[in-house]
Design a protein around this ligand. Structure first.
Ligand code: FAD
Length: 406
């Protein structure tokens, strides 16, 4: 019997969850799986801010993809996907021959979104991969060293553009490293200026005002501030320019390090392959299939998943990506073996936003608020759960978070 070829693009949360489920539910007698990723490792995208701040080394948030590949049924191809040819059912790669598929699971994840604001690409640092997070920390270190040379205070200023979930998590991690930066620079900790600028009047509006104020107070206690209600107009070398949303009065922040975290879009490969979803998030039907091809599943941040209960677009999260990866894999197996497909459903377990390693704010289930140190421990439990789901116990034991200091 000819084997069914399943190709998975991306070894992120959605892709690896799909792989593990296919390997568990399928069998080498009828399935041939190919997993493609541009890196030989999986990374915990939810921890990128810790690498960017220099709180963690990259190897703490990565593990080799080989660890989860069952080589009896799966090939791993390390390469960059350039295009999906939907008509020919082939995937084009930068350095290998194209791959043909019977079923395709697309989990190519997110990229930094600049909303077309002038100067972002050239003058701000994105945080959407391990390399980019490492670049950010290297840049901060270089700036601190530069201060030793010329005593220009601009080197000590770090500004984060965007105070959404990612921006606040980054601000928390940066603020916890303030003393370390000061030491490198030979400056006093209070000379290190850490700030986020955001267009919304109130950051993190998914949480109650009380919870957000708690988070802001923790940040302020560590010398980090959030400037709200400031729409960012442009980024010039070392200068972030904005206008006050209410008064229109322009302003600017001068900083040696400008980090861009205003939002994300799905992989550009989607647009390059003819998908037209807004910000590269594309519609899926109730089985998570491309509405135009039931053999193509879109999962994680490249998909625009609608909550069947509320009929609202769900926010992109690792938690959602894991659920989508699992359902897509189940449906591929069900389709091959003539079983009924599973409809997409999703219940969020809650959301926790870290404020550094020792504090967090969040909501468990639909309305139970948590904050402070207990919330940061809960965040670690959530991280370990996703590590378990993508990598298994071995990765939890070597890379899991168990204590205060990781
Ligand atoms: P990704 O995790 O982005 O994985 C995509 C994979 O595809 C990667 O392995 C990448 O190398 C590969 N890839 C991409 N393009 C190509 C290509 N062209 N060729 C080959 N391979 C490619 N979510 C939560 O639920 N909770 C949180 O607390 C949370 N915190 C976050 C904190 C930060 C700092 C950030 C940045 C995000 C956070 N998120 C959080 C969001 C979460 O990380 C994403 O929603 C999640 O990573 C999406 O998973 P994914 O599998 O779709 O894609």
């Amino acid at each position: 019997m000819e084997k069914t070829k399943v190709v998975i693009l991306g070894a992120g949360y959605a892709g690896l969850m799909a792989l593990r489920q296919l390997q568990k539910r399928g069998d080498a007698s009828f399935l041939e799986i190919t997993l493609v990723d541009r890196n030989p490792y999986h990374y915990e995208a939810t921890d990128l801010h810790e690498v960017a701040a220099g709180a963690l080394d990259a190897d703490r948030i990565t593990y080799p993809i080989d660890h989860v590949v069952d080589d009896k049924m799966t090939y791993f191809v390390e390469d960059t996907v350039t295009k999906i040819d939907k008509q020919a059912r082939r995937v084009e790669l930068a350095n290998h021959d194209a791959l043909s598929y019977d079923y395709l699971i697309v989990g190519l994840g997110f990229e930094s979104e600049d909303f077309g604001i002038p100067g972002v690409q050239e003058n701000a640092l994105a945080m959407d991969s391990v390399e980019s997070a490492q670049r950010i920390y290297q840049h901060i270190e270089d700036e601190m060293h530069a201060y030793r040379e010329d005593n220009d205070p601009r080197h000590l200023h770090i500004v984060v553009a965007g105070a959404g979930f990612t921006g606040v998590e980054l601000l928390g991690a940066l603020s916890e490293q303030r003393d370390k930066y000061a030491e490198i620079a030979g400056a006093a900790p209070n000379q290190i200026q850490i700030m986020a600028v955001d267009g919304a009047q109130r950051p993190l509006s998914v949480f109650s005002e009380k919870l957000v104020n708690y988070g802001i107070d923790v940040l302020r206690g560590r010398g980090a501030v959030i400037e709200s209600g400031k729409g960012i107009d442009s980024v010039e070398p070392g200068v972030l320019k904005y206008s006050d949303r209410q008064t229109g009065v322009p302003g600017e922040v001068v900083a040696g390090t400008i980090i861009w975290t205003t939002g994300v879009r799905g992989s550009h490969v989607m647009a390059d392959s003819g998908y037209t979803g807004k910000r590269n998030r594309n519609s899926v039907n109730r089985y998570l299939q491309d509405p135009e091809d039931s053999h193509v599943y879109l999962v994680g941040d490249v998909a625009a998943a609608i909550d069947p209960e509320s009929e609202q677009l769900l926010p992109t999260t690792a938690q959602l990506a894991l659920v989508m990866g699992e359902i897509a894999a189940k449906n591929v197996i069900a389709d091959i073996t003539d079983y009924e497909l599973t409809e997409f459903s999703y219940k969020s377990l809650g959301t926790v936003c870290s404020i550094g390693n020792t504090s967090a704010i969040g909501v468990v289930g639909t309305d139970h608020e948590v904050k402070g140190y207990p919330a940061s421990m809960l965040k670690k439990v959530i991280m370990n759960k996703s590590l378990m789901e993508t990598g298994g116990m071995k990765e939890v034991l070597s890379k899991g978070r168990f204590d205060l200091y990781h």
